[in-house]
Design a binder for this molecule. Structure first.
Ligand code: FMN
Length: 248
């Protein structure tokens, strides 16, 4: 399975077997360590160590999204993290983004964050249990996890927008988002240039939008759409990023 196929295969997994993932799977993750953000793999039980209020069970490992707290670093870190999520999916592992229900200070200690850093989110991962607990089914149902908004509610296309642009945007509709809020919005012009914005403005906005941008990039890569993504120094819900089509 490639990363594009993993976009359709992925769904949130909250109950794990506890079995440690193969080292080779973790070695294949593209973990950024840049000025402003990095992703750290923590090999310890998520439920026991940092407290996820029972939502996640028996995850043997997790990713910590360590950022400097700026919107730009959070957005970029979420992009890199979603690539990791899809790599884990492609390699047969389950995962779940955890945005709010974890203990910031315990997680910080486990991930050995430095002064001035904070953890924007964690991602539990491991082998999915075949048994979905009652709590997992309730959490998933409350978030209407499998429901997605209509394409036309999210995205605005020009009559002459290249058809392939629709296919690339479809990859965003399958993205995970906090409480399945699906804040992603995009407008495409006749040349295939796309402007991304967010319908939400909360602590999850940059995470949700970073995930969406990565789905877009992966779909564009796979479908051979050439262009470049421009992220402003200070992204805002009104202007998260612009995709400039190569032919435009
Ligand atoms: C930024 C972010 C934060 C999330 N936080 C939580 C969380 O704290 N607890 C939880 O059970 N699920 C959490 N989720 C998972 C969402 O509920 C889930 O992605 C959404 O319901 C869509 O379902 P799906 O991932 O199965 O497609 C989070 C997802 C994202 C993207």
């Amino acid at each position: 399975m490639n990363l594009y196929e993993a976009i359709s295969a992925r769904h949130s997994v909250r109950t794990f077997t506890g079995q440690e993932p193969d080292r080779s799977i973790i070695e294949r993750l593209d973990l950024p360590d840049q000025d402003g953000y990095r992703i750290v793999v923590v090999n310890s039980s998520l439920s026991g160590s940092i407290g996820s209020y029972g939502v996640i069970k028996d995850a043997p490992a997790w990713l910590a999204l360590v950022c400097d707290g700026s919107d730009s670093s959070t957005l970029r870190c979420a992009m890199a993290a979603e690539r990791c999520v899809l790599s884990l999916t492609a390699q047969g592992l389950g995962s779940c983004w955890v945005g709010g229900t974890f203990n910031q200070s315990d997680a910080g200690k486990k991930a050995r964050i430095r002064e001035g850093e904070k953890i924007a989110a964690v991602i539990a991962f491991g082998h999915a249990s075949s048994h979905r607990r009652f709590l997992e089914r309730v959490t998933s149902a409350l978030a209407h996890s499998s429901k997605r908004k209509d394409f036309d509610e999210l995205f605005e296309l020009n009559k002459e927008t290249p058809a392939v642009c629709r296919t690339v945007l479809e990859a965003i509709r399958l993205a995970p988002s906090a409480v399945n809020s699906q804040p992603w919005r995009a407008k495409a012009d006749r040349y295939g240039n796309v402007t991304f914005s967010s319908a939400s403005d909360n602590t999850y906005t940059m995470l949700d939008m970073g995930i969406a941008l990565e789905h877009f990039i992966i779909a564009a890569e796979r479908l051979g759409i050439k262009g470049r993504l421009e992220i402003p120094d200070t992204p805002t819900p009104r202007l998260i990023a612009r995709w400039i089509a190569a032919s435009a």
